[in-house]
Design a binder for this molecule. Structure first.
Ligand SMILES: Cc1cc2nc3c(=O)[nH]c(=O)nc-3n(C[C@H](O)[C@H](O)[C@H](O)COP(=O)(O)OP(=O)(O)OC[C@H]3O[C@@H](n4cnc5c(N)ncnc54)[C@H](O)[C@@H]3O)c2cc1C
Length: 392
């Protein structure tokens, strides 16, 4: 493969000097540290902890933690810019890197000042991972239907149940966990806690064998009568559903950015290949059928980036952007699927071979349609928000 032009296809918007420096740093890390290891980690299902540690050293983890707790304190716009760059290097590694943001956001949103300070600060002082435990084997989309039970016992709760598909769980030092105090109460019973890994009764399962994002680690977590002090509850009993939904409102938009980064890598590879590969006496990039594909791929990615950055700007401005963030996440992930599919087509038979980078990008793109609220759920949210505007 020819070397790809740095930053090709990335419109710069009106970035400040600081933002440009941040983007450049993330780009360099993605292309010089993550990308060279991406194929091997994908093939062997390796979890490259040294890369995650290096990312932490550069301030690329815990992007959402405010500076008063020692974090990067970045706007959502800046977080999206960084996530897109990282995903260009490897989608799976990016999932593991940003899983800390997902796990720590409930503490930012639902925690007291004391909880925030005591839990978040250590993450910024030393490298460690956290996991967000919402999904259960019985269903992920219906977050009001959780079955993991929290039974009050004196000044603590005894938590029992199982979570599944939990990113970084085998490596996490801290879990944010969503439980119910009574399943019959549905969303009104959902109660959130944070709990350190070394608490008795927490049992992460073995790493799942996944289709993509294989540099990330995913497993079940069993809670076997885990005693959690009331002081580790986030908000009041019954506040957990709101904490979970507000968390996902913040983390959904960066998934749009992650999908865009994967798609951009696919376009760059495909465009470069189309100028080298010849058929019927000329580069395939000179055939109009291939040009039509490249044009559509570039347009989809441009639209994804605009939707994502617009949603992030709204959220940074304190506006409710449930509609826009769901649009950004679902559009960008569907676009990434189409773009990576077309990249394989442009590579022809080589595109189907693991020796070339685009089949991995397609497998990685798939997850972005499923996690952090599937695209079906996003479209339900979009329709609900849309119809509100027509009701009097
Ligand atoms: C690699 C990976 C990492 C993950 N990381 C985490 C993590 O760190 N923490 C965590 O808590 N979860 C995590 N998840 C879980 C993820 O968020 C869920 O898989 C997702 O929310 C969907 O839930 P489900 O798999 O139970 O599907 P289900 O809810 O069973 O849905 C199955 C299908 O039905 C559709 N569907 C469901 N309800 C409706 C409806 N009302 N209308 C129309 N269609 C519907 C869904 O869109 C989907 O297509 C991860 C998942 C994966 C695969």
């Amino acid at each position: 493969m020819a070397a790809l032009p740095a930053g090709f296809g990335m419109p710069e918007f009106d970035l400040t000097e600081d933002q440009r420096a941040l983007q450049e740093m993330a780009r360099k890390f993605a292309r010089s540290v993550m990308a060279p290891r991406a194929a091997e980690c994908d093939r062997k299902g390796l979890f490259p902890e040294d890369i995650y540690r290096k990312g932490w050293e550069l301030g690329l983890m815990n992007l959402n933690v405010p500076s008063e707790y020692g974090g990067s304190g970045l706007s959502l716009f800046d977080q999206c810019m960084i996530v897109e760059e990282l995903a260009y290097g490897c989608g799976g590694m990016t999932t593991s890197i940003i899983a800390n943001c997902l796990a720590l956001e409930p503490i930012l949103l639902g925690g007291t000042e004391d909880q925030r300070r005591s839990v978040l600060t250590p993450f910024c002082r030393e490298y460690q991972m956290a996991s967000f435990c919402l999904t259960e084997p019985g269903g992920g989309s219906d977050a009001g239907g959780l079955q993991t039970l929290a039974r009050k016992d004196g000044d603590s709760y005894v938590v029992s149940g199982e979570k599944c598909f939990i990113t970084n769980a085998p490596h996490a030092k801290l879990f944010t966990v969503f439980t119910t105090v009574d399943p019959a109460l549905r969303h009104k019973g959902i109660t959130a806690f944070y709990v350190p890994r070394d608490t008795e009764g927490i049992v992460p399962g073995k790493d799942e064998e996944k289709m993509g994002h294989r540099a990330s680690s995913t497993s079940t977590v069993r809670f076997e009568n885990v005693r959690i002090p009331v002081s580790q509850r986030l908000g009041a009993e019954g506040d957990g559903f709101s904490v979970a939904m507000r968390t996902l409102d913040m983390t959904r938009t960066p998934i749009g950015a992650l999908a865009t980064g994967i798609g951009q890598a696919a376009l760059d590879h495909a465009a470069a290949y189309s100028l080298q590969r010849r058929s019927f006496g000329k580069p395939i990039g000179e055939h109009q059928a291939i040009q039509m594909k490249l044009a559509r791929m570039a347009t989809l990615l441009h639209a994804s980036r605009l939707l994502t950055r617009h949603a992030a700007r709204l959220i940074d401005g304190g506006q409710n952007a449930t509609l826009e963030s769901s649009m950004a996440k679902s559009f960008a992930s569907d676009a990434a699927m189409e773009v990576t599919d077309e990249a394989i087509q442009i590579f022809g038979g080589y595109g189907y071979m693991k020796e070339y980078p685009v089949e991995k990008l397609h497998r990685d793109a798939k997850l972005t349609q499923i996690y952090e609220g599937s695209n079906e759920i996003q479209r339900i949210v979009i329709a609900r928000e849309l119809l509100k505007k027509y009701q009097h």
